[in-house]
Design a protein around this ligand. Sequence first.
Ligand code: THU
Length: 137
Amino acid sequence: MDDRELLREAEKARESSYAPYSNYHVGAALLTASGKVYRGCNIENAAYTPSNCAERTAVFKAVSEGERDFKAIAVIGGYDGEDTGCAYPCGVCRQVLYEFADAGNFRVITGRGEDDYSVHTLKELLPFGFGTKNLKI
Ligand code: THU
């Protein structure tokens, strides 16, 4: 599964986005070490705060299926028919990814589409993250 394929998976995930309040539709595709892909979309709520980002939907789906070893996530988001640039994971989603990913190697692929995207490691997006290493566990 290469970056472009994963971006296409994110595009498909975006089709399920439920975002009637922001109209900002996001899709994510999370790649596991075993090569499986978990799709996620943003899911908003009339009470606003229970809303969930696409990235976290994908992570929670994967972890709830027993997966914890992740290699990359592709994210595509924006308003329909408008160029709003790349959708980078929000701070909360970066923290959730940090819990499971090897930050220096985990790749975050954000794009307008499969022909226009950028790649960063999670460590670049969250350089001094708080994680399990900080706790006596
Ligand atoms: N959102 C995501 O799903 N992922 C991000 O990385 C940024 C924001 C969602 C949350 C909300 O449903 C909408 O985009 C606007 O903030």
